[in-house]
Design a protein around this ligand. Structure first.
Ligand SMILES: O=C(CO)[C@H](O)[C@H](O)COP(=O)(O)O
Length: 150
């Protein structure tokens, strides 16, 4: 799977760990940065990840911030992106099974690197359940298009 990954200054080490783990698992990883310790603003990184995923050049995206809250908000501004902020394996499972999230957001100030790897694994292997959840995703897409819900 082609996976695009990014982090702000808070998530550089966690991003590096995740990128290495993903590559070991045979994924093609595109690391959009940031790479150093300089303070950066995360919205542009989130937009780059979101645009690649929404545009189809990457299948999934992962973004690491301090808490990840702002990153999730920013990613979800990109049409077609369903970003889930997941700080447990349970949240990752539901994010894939119910929300079909295509971007995983993590907070390096909230969880450690080993937890991040376990969460990413659950997120990647859990299939979307469809059914009632697809109906709800269709409703979210209608909201994205500015259509009123019945
Ligand atoms: O997680 C985040 C947003 O939700 C950011 O990483 C965080 O806000 C950056 O803050 P600072 O510049 O103080 O490190």
């Amino acid at each position: 799977m082609r996976i695009v990954i990014a982090a702000d200054h808070n998530g550089v080490a966690m991003k590096k760990r995740l990128a290495a783990w993903l590559a070991d698992r045979g994924h093609e990883v595109d690391d959009l940065g940031t790479h150093g310790g300089d303070v950066v603003d995360y919205p542009a990184l989130c937009a780059s990840v979101g645009e690649q995923v929404a545009g189809g050049s990457a299948e999934r995206g992962i973004v690491v911030g301090g808490t990840g809250g702002g990153e999730a908000i920013a990613c979800n501004k990109i049409r077609g992106i369903r970003a889930g902020l997941c700080h447990s394996e349970f949240l990752a499972e539901i994010s894939s099974a119910h929300n079909r999230s295509n971007v995983l957001v993590l907070g390096a100030k909230v969880i450690d690197e080993e937890a991040a790897v376990r969460i990413a694994e659950v997120w990647l292997i859990t299939p979307f359940k469809g059914g009632v959840h697809q109906r709800r995703l269709d409703q979210i897409e209608a909201l994205e298009r500015g259509e009123p819900l019945g």
